[in-house]
Structure formats: C-alpha cells, structure tokens
Write a protein that binds this ligand. Structure first.
Ligand SMILES: [Fe+2]
Length: 293
C-alpha cells in the first residue's frame, strides 16, 4: 500500500438516499471534532417541467445545522451524469470548499464542445475551490483525508479516503451490483479495472460507501460494504477476475445501456460545479444538443 492509512480513525457517516436518482449523499464527521464534509450532494430536478428544487440538499443542511457541525468540504467524487449537484446551494448556506479531481478540465473540454459553450465557460476548473491530484491530502477538522485518482467511469473520478472509510464514487457498486459503466466520453473499461484494483488494494476491513445503489434482484437499498466483501463477492471484479474478462464484459454490457435520464441537465450543471448555466440575458437555461451524445 503506497498510501499511509490510519485505520484507527472511524469517521461518523450519515447517509441520505435520493430515491429519484438512486444516489447516496453522505455527511462524514471527523470523530475528533465537530467538523464534517459532504460527499456527492443532490439537487432535485423535474426535468419535464424545468423545475429545480432543493429538498434533498435542505435535509443535509438541516442535519448539519441541528448537529452543530462545521462544514469544511463539499466533495464531488466526479462529474455525475445521473443527478445534479447541490454544492453551490449548500456552500451558500453553510460555507465549505467545493473539491473535485483536477481532470475536471478534460471533462469540461469534452462537454464544452458537446454543448457548444462559448468562451465564458472556463475549462480550467476555476468553478471549483480545489482541484485534487492523485494522493492529495486535505483536512476535515483534524482528520486527514486523501483523494485517490480512479478514472475509467469518467476521466475525473476520485475515491476519497478518511481514516478507515472510503467513499468510492462510481468505481464500484455493492458486490451484487458490480461496477459502473465505462462508456461515457473519456471513459474506459480497462482504466476502470485498474482503478478498481486501487480500491481493492486498500485494507480488507476498510469500510466502502457507494454513490449509487439500485437494489438489484429486489433487495433493499444498501450502500456500505468492505474491501474484503468486494474482493470476494463483487459480480464484476470479485474472485480475481482478469482485466481481459472485465473489459469484455463491461463493453458488452455498456453497449446495451440507455443514456441516464438526467444526463443532459446533469452534465451542464455539474461541469460548472453545480451552477445552472444562464442564457445571454442571465436567465437560468439548459440546452439539449441533438444527436451528439
Ligand atoms: Fe457517475
């Protein structure tokens, strides 16, 4: 293991499941202080109506306020394609820095073209407060946290390790859910396999928290597992599946998947760190590029 890890630190983790997008947002508190981070918040959208609301984010804010916590960080594990981030909305109320992987610039370049954004859309990640490189550390209260670069699902994916706990974003699903797709622009199944190996190289009893769960085969929604459980039972990578096996399987599966329902609004908002784009008069406005995704 190339990263120093302190398994004696157990952050307090509170999970908020968003049933509309099957996303799990987390509040992770430093056990030695009242400081916390939010990982992968959700902003609600009724896309058919063009209506954005904040019930999910308000629940996170209410919990932080009622527990008297200080919000240090608002982390995005990646640019999500299936839900909108509420990071700026939360930051406005509670403060904290918005952090994402520094390869966000690749994502911004790719989707800046897809959405034919003008020069006012900066492709330098400047919409975020911090851009993490592989192995970068930051603090939540007194707790050391580390971002590990895990591309493959998207070019900017990071896993965040805090003590004996890791927030894996979309590198892995629960063992019976397998792994995330790797066919978005900039995604790559082989790269995802390599990134998953980084997660599986963490200590066996490290707690892993998923970003999504779809309750496969009718089981109840779940989001917490361990490295050991993933290594033994993950249906896509467990039991020592080879890179070749995984790549073949992943590519075949991805060819059958429809685009996520909210990919068009999600990308436009999330590549701006959660800010809704505006038209030339400053009105919040989304585009639908035709036959480009
Ligand atoms: Fe994702």
């Amino acid at each position: 293991m190339s990263y120093p890890i302190d398994m004696s630190i157990t952050p307090d983790v509170s999970a908020h499941f968003d049933a509309a997008t099957n996303t799990i947002s987390y509040i992770a508190r430093d056990p030695a202080s009242n400081h916390c981070a939010i990982i992968d918040s959700v902003m609600d959208i009724d896309y058919a109506a063009g209506r954005i609301t904040h019930d999910h984010a308000d629940a996170l804010i209410a919990e932080i306020e009622s527990r008297g916590l200080v919000l240090d960080w608002i982390i995005e594990t990646h640019v999500h394609a299936d839900h909108l981030s509420a990071a700026p909305y939360i930051q406005q109320r509670l403060g904290g820095k918005i952090g994402v992987g520094d390869q966000i610039m690749v994502v911004q370049d790719t989707f800046g073209k897809v959405f034919n954004e003008g020069t006012e859309f900066q492709r330098d990640g400047s919409q975020f407060d911090a851009l993490f490189e592989d192995g970068d550390t930051y603090k939540v209260g007194e707790m050391d946290c580390r971002a590990i670069y895990t591309p493959g699902h998207t070019p900017a994916c990071m896993v965040h390790v805090m003590g004996n706990t890791a927030f894996v974003g979309d590198t892995l699903f629960m063992p019976d859910g397998g792994s995330a797709r790797a066919d978005f622009p900039g995604g790559d199944a082989g790269t995802l396999y390599d990134s998953i190996q980084k997660v599986l190289a963490l200590p066996d009893d490290m707690r892993l928290f998923m970003c999504h769960d779809y309750g496969p085969n009718g089981r109840a929604i779940a989001w917490e597992t361990t490295v050991a459980e993933q290594k033994a039972h993950n249906i896509h990578v467990g039991g020592g599946k080879s890179r070749e096996e995984f790549v073949r399987f992943r590519n075949e599966r991805d060819a059958t998947l429809a685009m996520p329902r909210l990919i068009i609004p999600s990308l436009q908002v999330n590549m701006r760190a959660g800010h809704v784009p505006a038209d030339k008069d400053g009105n919040p406005m989304l585009k639908v590029p035709i036959n480009t995704l």
